[in-house]
Ligand binder design. Structure first.
Ligand SMILES: Nc1ncnc2c1ncn2[C@@H]1O[C@H](COP(=O)(O)OP(=O)(O)OP(=O)(O)O)[C@@H](O)[C@H]1O
Ligand SMILES: [Mg+2]
Length: 484
């Protein structure tokens, strides 16, 4: 069996030493070492996506499946950065479960051994490297990897590697329309034929169930603490809604939300991404470790704000919080302006300027009367196709690439420019930290006023109230604005 090995080693001398030993291993196809954690994740993600970015020892000819294209073994040197080695191993093990990871370390003692195994490593080799030990560990990891691959290929019980698009929807503050946005984006993607999971990570006060008339007692808490989330376990926790959405609810008892920590959230999201093409997460507006992890991992992180001074200040506060905690950069965040009216002074270009985020080209008009009956009935799925709010949000789904075929999405990328991992260790967040559609209607052409989606400066350069950051920008009077 050919063993493809990808070493991740920052120090060039150590990389040379490892590579010369690997070249002596029988059946080994070592690729040139990648120098940091970001390059490793990018190389694996590229290989899994079929982009063929693995350097040497690349996958065989023909269109390999995501798993087949990955190297069997990844070697992680203890001094890799910027993500610390154990954290990196955990990430690789979660995102690429068919890769056997081996840690190279000077401290091969029992404590580190346990920690490495807990993180998901398949072996550990001590420095200075010896041929026999390296060969034994690489072969053991490769054998394990081969076993996993057979299992992945043959058993419907096992989840393949993550691949679904992760979109988070976070409110600048409470009540700005986060849940309405998340629900309608999910419905739009589903109506376009995508498999869609809608996750309520507004853990203390999630109301996805109320908006979609769901009575289901299982929640995201039922998945917290489960090490290997199998297809069956996931199916038990996800409610199959009659709209076709898979819905993972927030717990009925808000205090149980604390059981979903950063690690659980990453695992749950990884499992959902393996099963669904699109995973929409309602993050609410209060950041805790679970929704912070989701925002950090997201392909598209939306921040919903209404066009008023208080909400725009809250959006700035949220963006700064994310930046301070190294969750996400302002320029990697897309703000959605909801409840836009013609005569508000704060128009989308001003929101872009004040927050330093991109602002989605599609804005959502204020139309209380349209929404009220469906909201009161708890049946947001019944919102009429003529609803301007629905049209705008479904158009937003189109703008974000959620209703395209995978092939069409490859060519886009305006909202996918960021790789899903920052490659940095973000600071911990403490509980309660305050933050500051195919089958449906066509695009709401009038609601897109085409502003603020170009490169924008970082928010940190700006100070002072939103209104002082610039005057109202150009405004498209053709928008279907209604004040209910
Ligand atoms: N574009 C809109 N026009 C009019 N009303 C809207 C619009 N978007 C949302 N709403 C209304 O605003 C209210 C709050 O919406 P929603 O529950 O989605 O906000 P939220 O940010 O998720 O709130 P919470 O902080 O409670 O989770 C609802 O009554 C909803 O119908
Ligand atoms: Mg909500």
């Amino acid at each position: 069996m050919t063993i493809r090995i990808l070493p991740a080693i920052g120090d060039p001398d150590a990389a040379r030493a490892v590579s010369s030993l690997l070249n002596q291993l029988p059946d080994a196809e070592p690729a040139p070492a990648v120098a940091d954690s970001t390059a490793l994740i990018d190389a694996l993600a590229g290989a899994a996506a079929g982009a063929g970015t693995l350097p040497a020892g690349a996958p065989p000819a023909g269109p390999p499946s995501a798993v087949e294209a990955l190297p069997e073994v990844v070697l992680v040197h203890e001094r890799i950065g910027p993500t610390p080695a154990l954290e990196l191993i955990r990430e690789v093990a979660l995102r690429f479960p068919a890769v056997g990871v081996v840690l190279i370390t000077t401290d091969a003692g029992p404590a580190l051994f346990s920690a490495a195994m807990d993180a998901g490593a398949r072996g550990i080799v001590g420095l200075p490297l010896g041929y026999d030990e390296l060969a034994a560990r690489v072969q053991a990891a490769a054998q394990w990897s081969a076993g996993v691959r057979v299992h992945l290929g043959g058993s419907p019980e096992t989840l393949p590697g993550p691949s679904g698009t992760l979109v988070t929807v976070t409110g600048a503050k409470g009540g700005v329309g986060t849940t309405v946005t998340a629900v309608q984006l999910a419905l739009a993607a589903r109506a376009a034929g995508r498999s869609v999971a809608l996750v309520d990570l507004d853990l203390q006060s999630g109301d996805v169930a109320s908006y979609l008339d769901v009575q289901f007692r299982r929640s995201v808490v039922d998945l917290a603490g489960i090490q290997d989330i199998s297809v069956r376990v996931l199916q038990d926790a996800v409610h199959d809604h009659h709209t076709g959405l898979g819905i993972l609810l927030a717990p009925e008892e808000g205090e149980r939300g604390e059981e979903v920590d950063d690690r659980a959230a990453r695992q749950i999201i990884g499992a959902l991404r393996s099963r669904y093409e699109v995973v929409l997460v309602d993050c609410g507006s209060q950041m805790q470790s679970a929704n912070a992890a989701a925002v950090e991992l997201a392909d598209v992180a939306l921040l919903v704000a209404t066009p008023d001074v208080v909400a725009v200040r809250a959006a700035k506060r949220q963006v700064r919080l994310w930046d301070r905690l190294q969750i996400r950069k302002a320029e990697d965040t897309t703000t959605v302006v909801n409840r836009l009216t013609r005569n508000t002074e704060i128009q989308p270009p001003l929101v872009a300027k004040a927050t330093g985020t991109q602002v989605a080209r599609t804005h959502v008009p204020a139309a209380f009367k349209e929404l009220q009956p469906c909201v009161d009935a708890g049946r947001l799925q019944d919102l009429d196709g003529r609803s301007t709010v629905k049209q705008a949000l479904w158009a937003l789904a189109g703008e974000l690439g959620l209703v395209d075929s995978p092939a069409a999405r490859q060519g886009r990328g305006s909202h996918r420019a960021r790789s899903s991992l920052t490659g940095r260790k973000r600071k911990a967040i403490t509980t309660g930290a305050a933050p500051g559609s195919g089958a449906g209607p066509g695009p709401a052409s009038g609601s897109a006023s085409g502003s603020g989606s170009g490169p924008v400066p970082r928010f940190g350069a700006r100070r002072g109230p939103a209104a002082a950051a610039g005057g109202p920008g150009p405004f498209d009077p053709a928008g279907p604005y209604e004040e209910g």
